[in-house]
Design a protein. Structure first.
Length: 95
């Protein structure tokens, strides 16, 4: 049953037919900027989604920005050379 399966319902996408959640929160002055950040806990017990930008207490080091992949300008697709988990290369070259 795929009736309850949704993708993008939260509104973290780009403008389309409706106002995305983040832009609506900015318009209502609930957050300062249309940004979000994830904190992924290694143990999987305390992962968080921050709306309005990263939680300063969770940030370590500098941010690194990448361009969206060609053909994915309306979604969050990025080009990857590889994915590593520890010393194991798990994935090579894709968007």
């Amino acid at each position: 049953d795929h009736q309850g399966c949704w993708d993008g319902v939260l509104g973290l996408g780009f403008s389309g037919a409706s106002v995305p959640l983040l832009q609506q929160l900015v318009n209502e002055k609930q957050i300062d900027e249309p940004a979000f950040a994830f904190y992924l806990d290694r143990a999987g017990e305390r992962s968080e989604l921050s709306l309005g930008g990263p939680a300063p207490e969770r940030q370590q080091g500098d941010f690194h920005f990448v361009d969206l992949a060609a053909g994915h300008r309306s979604s969050w697709g990025v080009d990857l050379d590889a994915v590593w988990i520890g010393d194991s290369r798990c994935f090579t070259g894709a968007t």
